[in-house]
Design a protein around this ligand. Structure first.
Ligand code: ZN
Length: 174
């Protein structure tokens, strides 16, 4: 269920980018059982990490804090509508609910005309159109090589994972 106090926090985190070089104004929190368990802000430039978005950082923080990769039952609050990378991260972690403040149109109106020197551009529409395609149909060069060797390792690993005597159980690895 939506609660204003969590969105207040996500937006407050986004506002810290106004005074923190190398960050961008995208803040997020992960909430589980009525408590914030992870927080994040876009640190792409600061961390030299193009995947450091507010939402991915909040998911990483939550998973480290909880010692799990399983965020089923958790809610993500973001100051801005998540890009496809962050939607994928939420799906991978099993995040159950999303609430966001600014939408893509508002973000585009604010940031769309910035020069590349000010912000490395992200084309969300292009990401959306490409991610759902089979690999060979994507615009980027993409081809298969050495599939049998790689698949053999997958099968060997799965075999060990199925046998509790040969591997430590670990947390849900998805
Ligand atoms: Zn994102």
């Amino acid at each position: 269920m939506y609660e204003d106090r969590f969105m207040d926090r996500a937006i407050a985190i986004s506002a810290t980018a106004l005074d923190t070089p190398g960050t961008e104004p995208f803040g997020a929190v992960v909430v589980k059982d009525g408590e914030i368990v992870g927080e994040g802000i876009n640190r792409s430039v600061l961390n030299h990490d193009p995947t450091s978005h507010g939402e991915t950082e909040a998911i990483r923080d939550a998973c480290r804090n909880l010692g799990t990769v399983d965020l089923r039952g958790a809610t993500l609050y973001s100051s801005c509508e998540p890009c496809p990378l962050c939607v994928a991260a939420m799906l991978i972690a099993g995040v159950s609910e999303l609430y966001y403040a600014a939408d893509m149109t508002q973000a585009g109106a604010a940031l769309g005309d910035l020069p590349e020197s000010a912000r490395f551009p992200i084309d969300v529409g292009h990401m959306l159109s490409q991610c759902g395609l089979p690999a060979p149909a994507r615009q980027m060069t993409s081809a298969r090589h050495q599939s049998a060797r790689a698949a053999d390792i997958l099968h060997r690993w799965a075999g060990k994972a199925r046998s509790p005597l040969l591997s430590s159980p670990g947390k849900l690895g998805r």
